[in-house]
Design a protein. Structure first.
Length: 338
């Protein structure tokens, strides 16, 4: 089985997963940006665009070595992103569980569902995301209509929250996740023009910024350390005490569907890049390895924060490396001018 994806479903999957990744990174995993998180989302999407542009320009690199190294870097980055997404899904499920459930029993069904989804290959994952893109605005409009009288526009001020430093740090962390999701440009089939991928990134960043603004108007931004726990923020998102009880179901659908699309795309990219880094390996085995790696890394993802901070810079360097005019001669690699 060869893991592959066409350009159109790849862009749909990218748009859905980047929007989910930016919201997750800035509203739950990195709350120190406070009210400036919406601007961090826009900056993160903008920072991911050069990576997508470089990958699109280097789809047919001169050097197989440079291409394989680039793929390896993106594979590791997206594997870390998959672990983050899987950890978030299981923690969210544990938060909503009616009784105390062991993490393993929450992780197992998520991993099995991901294994089944990603095993259908890239086009199925991408077209599923395109269906979600059509359903998402309807669910969101329903939530906004029912919640409109509870929104407080004054809560989004001050607009830039913790200031430029906090906004920049949040943007760089989120940009690493968004850039890693562009890895399909290294192998996707069909029209891989960078402009279309950049357009998908711009839409995703705008959607994430709007969702963040909506969330900021739902709940005032907490400023003390005790209120910044992950569970507290998730509670404010799904079971907001100011929202009617009947809104919890559409909110849960929005949340879990977005996370599962992000997780499926992460694991597919990780598996597809692994297959290209290790020739002649079966795609189904790659999918199994990718899902297992994500599940195993969930236990230590909290300790990998320094890697997340530098992920964007590493991906940008790897994408630039993919353009180097290198050719192999007699087992040695030397530079050539075009």
């Amino acid at each position: 089985m060869k893991l592959s994806v066409s350009a159109t479903p790849a862009r749909a999957a990218l748009c859905a997963s980047v929007a989910a990744r930016l919201f997750l990174s800035l509203m739950l995993d990195g709350p120190t940006t406070h009210n400036g998180a919406w601007f961090s989302a826009l900056l993160a999407g903008t920072a991911a665009m050069p990576v997508a542009f470089l990958l699109g320009r280097g789809r047919r690199p001169n050097s197989p070595r440079a291409s394989r190294l680039t793929m390896a870097v993106f594979m590791l980055a997206v594997a870390l992103d998959a672990a983050e997404a899987m950890r978030c899904v299981t923690r969210s499920a544990g938060f909503l569980a009616l009784d105390d459930t062991r993490p393993l029993f929450l992780l197992l069904p998520v991993a099995l569902a991901t294994l089944w989804c990603v095993g259908k290959n890239g086009d199925a994952t991408g077209y599923a995301a395109s269906v979600w893109i059509r359903i998402f605005p309807l669910l969101l409009a329903l939530v906004l209509l029912m919640q409109a009288r509870h929104l407080r526009p004054r809560w989004i001020f001050p607009l830039f929250g913790g200031g430029g430093g906090a906004i920049g740090l949040g943007a760089m962390r989120a940009a690493g996740g968004a850039a890693s999701l562009c890895g399909a440009l290294l192998f996707q089939e069909g029209d891989g023009r960078p402009s279309r991928t950049v357009g998908a990134l711009a839409i995703a960043a705008a959607v994430a910024a709007l969702l963040i603004v909506f969330q900021l108007m739902m709940l005032p931004t907490p400023l003390n350390a005790d209120s910044l726990s992950w569970i507290y923020r998730l509670d404010g998102l799904i079971t907001n005490g100011r929202a009617p009880l009947y809104l919890q179901l559409p909110m849960m659908l929005l949340w879990f569907a977005a996370l599962l699309h992000l997780l499926a795309w992460d694991c597919f990219l990780s598996a597809a890049l692994l297959q290209r880094c290790v020739p002649h390996i079966n795609g189904r085995l790659c999918v199994l390895i990718a899902v297992l790696a994500a599940a195993l890394l969930t236990g230590i993802s909290d300790h990998l924060e320094p890697l997340f901070r530098w992920r964007w810079a590493a991906l940008l360097a790897a994408a630039a490396l993919n353009l180097l005019p290198l050719r192999t001669r007699g087992g040695r690699v030397c530079a050539e001018s075009h």
